[in-house]
Design a protein around this ligand. Structure first.
Ligand SMILES: Cc1cc2nc3c(=O)[nH]c(=O)nc-3n(C[C@H](O)[C@H](O)[C@H](O)COP(=O)(O)OP(=O)(O)OC[C@H]3O[C@@H](n4cnc5c(N)ncnc54)[C@H](O)[C@@H]3O)c2cc1C
Length: 463
């Protein structure tokens, strides 16, 4: 932004909202120059913290009038550079719009502001025996607005689906400041075009989400976790296929290769069970009573022909938290080992996970790269992380486009696509043509044009 545009924007903002929530101090702006995407940053020219939909609307009107970029931001845990002001402009943080407005027990819905933390929504639902199932591993720190904007998922997707499956109402502010209301507290809706599914996953490029109505479900009374060690990756992945085909539907099936847990052990300074295993599956089973859940566990032991004395079963909240903490810490442990790394969330049909992972392992070995695979094997969304390690920054940057393209092409050739839950953001934009034909891309650009004719909302992202 030019100095003139910044001054004009600041003057207009002065009329619309209190000055303490309009920031242009360089030191503070710098703290908002990053999200959790390694090796990429962008400093905004102005940072605003609205507390109401009216204020969001006023901010959008100002940006539209001055034709300046407006970038929405939740909690900045995104991993595709989506919440970064890469071209400068005004960064709108939803941090202060973080209330859980209502848990409606009669209609089984929650109404929340976009800055509410995902875990807090599930905890609020729990008070009433209800559950908000989508559980990105970042659930303690990410916002529901960010989850809706990218269509986030988590381990529970295998049984319960992703954020997309729970959004039944949205209040949004359009690029010109108009406020729109879509859906409501009803679970069926055949009224006109499905704009809610379109806005879920639009990554802040079509509208600013200011209020969300979420479907809740009755909370299963019992859940246990099984940590199962395997002597090789292939056997672990074969077991996922066996469980899927057997029609047992666990609440989660997470895969972790050997080094994932070794890095976590080092990072957390804790001992991990089964240190000699080459791969692990973490299987969560839930149901109405202990008997039902333990029967499912026994069925899995029989199906996979595993030694029941050589698995860990976590039944208490403390035991469960220990195994899940390890799983949720893998990304941080990788970042600790190698602050620069490639983290891909490609997704393939469930039955192709083994073929996909083994093909990539071969590719990385041939390129002499250190990779770690882990994540949501039960829904085909295994994470593929490649660590920069000792490779020089220049060599790393030079190899990235080709490496990413190789990963994406392998996913597409296995019948999958390039993002299962993180979105496209800035990082994958150039590679979108690997997953979509030109007609589809043109249609997406026309949708963007219809919502945001000036192109001010989160420019440079998605399409
Ligand atoms: C350790 C770790 C583990 C993770 N695990 C998972 C996982 O299991 N599953 C998963 O899906 N993701 C995961 N992520 C990625 C990340 O947490 C999710 O993408 C999350 O949804 C981002 O939420 P946020 O509030 O941080 O959004 P931000 O990063 O602030 O923003 C993300 C995108 O949403 C847009 N946006 C934010 N709020 C709004 C709004 N109110 N209106 C319009 N647009 C908006 C932004 O412009 C940006 O494009 C993980 C990240 C980390 C660091």
């Amino acid at each position: 932004m030019t100095d003139e545009a910044i001054n004009e924007a600041l003057q207009l903002l002065r009329v619309s909202m209190p000055q303490e929530r309009v920031i242009f101090d360089r030191d503070i702006l710098e703290t908002y120059a990053r999200d959790e995407t390694p090796d990429i940053s962008g400093i905004p020219d102005i940072l605003v913290f609205p507390v109401s939909t009216r204020e969001v609307s006023e901010i959008a009107k100002i940006c539209s009038r001055l034709c300046i970029p407006l970038i929405p931001r939740g909690k900045g845990t995104g991993v595709t550079g989506g919440a970064l002001a890469l071209e400068g402009g005004m960064l709108l943080s939803f941090e202060k719009m973080n209330k859980i407005l209502e848990i409606d027990r009669e209609n089984l819905v929650a109404v929340v502001e976009p800055g509410a933390i995902t875990r807090d929504i599930d905890e609020a639902a729990k008070q009433y025996g209800l559950m908000y199932p989508p559980d990105p591993s970042s659930l303690d720190s990410c916002s529901i607005g960010g989850n809706v904007a990218v269509g986030a998922g988590g381990p529970h997707a295998v049984k319960y689906g992703t954020t997309r499956d729970y959004v039944i109402g949205l209040e949004c502010v359009c690029a010109d400041g108009d406020i729109i209301n879509l859906g409501g507290k009803y679970v069926k809706n055949a009224t006109g075009y499905g704009l809610i599914p379109l806005l879920v996953g639009s990554e802040g490029t079509l509208a600013l989400i200011t209020k969300i109505t979420l479907r809740l479900i009755p909370r299963p009374a019992c859940a246990i976790d099984m940590l199962i060690p395997f002597s090789d990756i292939g056997r672990a992945l074969e077991s996922v296929e066996k469980i899927t085909v057997s029609k047992i539907i666990p609440a989660a099936i997470e895969f972790m290769e050997e080094d994932a847990l070794h890095l976590v052990a080092e990072f957390l300074g804790a001992k991990m069970p089964f240190p000699a295993a080459r791969a692990h599956l973490l299987v969560e089973l839930d149901g109405h009573n202990d008997e039902e859940v333990l029967r499912q566990a026994q069925n899995i032991v029989t199906l996979l022909k595993i030694d029941e004395n050589n698995i860990l079963i976590a039944q208490t909240d403390h035991e469960k938290e220990r195994v899940w903490r390890a799983r949720r810490s893998i990304r941080e442990a990788i970042a600790h080992k190698s602050p620069i790394f490639l983290a891909e969330d490609t997704v393939v049909p469930r039955a192709s996970v083994q073929k996909f992972i083994l093909a990539l392992k071969k590719e990385f070995t041939a390129r002499n790269l250190y990779s770690i695979m882990f994540g949501h094997a039960g829904d085909g969304n295994v994470h593929v992380d490649v660590l920069k390690g000792d490779i020089t920054r220049d060599a790393w940057r030079a190899m990235l486009p080709d490496l990413k393209a190789a990963i994406y092409r392998t996913a597409v050739s296995c019948g999958g696509t390039i993002s299962g839950e993180h979105g496209i953001g800035f990082l994958k934009k150039a590679h979108l043509p690997i997953a979509m034909d030109e007609h589809t891309l043109q249609l997406m650009r026309r949708i963007k044009q219809a919502f945001d004719p000036q192109g001010i909302l989160n420019p440079g992202k998605v399409v």
